[in-house]
Design a binder for this molecule. Sequence first.
Ligand SMILES: [Zn+2]
Length: 405
Amino acid sequence: MALRDALAHLDADELIALARDLVRIPSVVRPDEPGATEAEVAGYVERWFRAQEFAVEVQDVAPGRPNVLGSIGDAGAGPTLLLEGHTDVVTEGDPGEWAHPPFAADLVDGRIHGRGAADMKAGLAAAMMAAAAIQRSGTRIRGRLLVGALVDEEGDMQGARHLAASATGREIGAAIVCEPEQNELCLEQRGVVWARVTVRGRMAHGAMPEAGVNPIAALGALLREAPALERRLRRLCRRSPHLRPPTVTPTVVRAPLLGLAQANVIPSAATAILDVRLTPGPDESAVAKEIDRACQQAMEACPGATVEWEPVNGFRLATRVDRSEPLVRAMGRAVRQVTGRAPVFGGVPGSTDGTILRASLGIPIVTCGPGNRLIPHQVDEYVDVAEVVEAAGIYIASALNFLEG
Ligand SMILES: [Zn+2]
């Protein structure tokens, strides 16, 4: 049968070698360092796709920052399923804190060690090998299996935005986001809004505060409103067994905005960013209304100050797909076929490229990939080889179930 055939063409050693190759190519994006982008690893992925004789598309998202897409099958014959990964990784921090060098991809005790091992070069490698195994087995699929290696997930998700706006993006019918979730099927992802609050007052001498309006006082009032805002958002959002409830966390506070910071000068403006995390439920305007209210209350506490806010990078609302979705059913069956176990359902604590794809294309997304959910961005990041191989098997079976059925 097709699945057994395709699984037989999955070479675990080749998969692990591929994942290690990807980890060995550092792809921390450093805006101050020309050339420190995803370009090299993207080039590797492109050459690999071409060697497999996949159809290849390279999308120039920004200078030196290409999305690389490889596909098998025929878009005209059925739906397009995307296996999605990102090529950028976050900084390794201080390499001296690592037990294994961050870009050596050491293979020790059944684990690949290094920055990006879990988040998410192993998941990307599993997606690439899954498509190759189907191709090599000669199994026919109805539709197209697309493997996307996108840029900038750890930044502004420009790669996902670019893909969603492209002709290929508009053809995608469903997506599996291969982020490290311990191979659980995550049907929900928390959303995020970074609310940048700007307070304007009036500059004055610190010895004569009555001559000005201190924006820092209004900012303080706003920070005191954060717990109440959090409570209101918790009432507004749906409870989820897989996601932490909404949180409101101040992450940036700054004053003055321009000019010199001086001990005896009341600045004219101040700013803060609230990192607002959401679970599924409310729409943009309902969330905005609650943040407006917090700003209004801060303003009332400090006559003369104005308090305004804007979402940095827009609203990325929480996503949720139903268990009855064909993609979810295809994946649930795939987990049983490949592991012999029932699928474990989970939730993603943060947002991913899938958040963008779901919001802009309206397609169902499921996040499922190898790696401990808590390990991304930590020192001593690793991924278990067995989980990587299992993920590739799940992708193969999911693709066959989804694209045959
Ligand atoms: Zn990631």
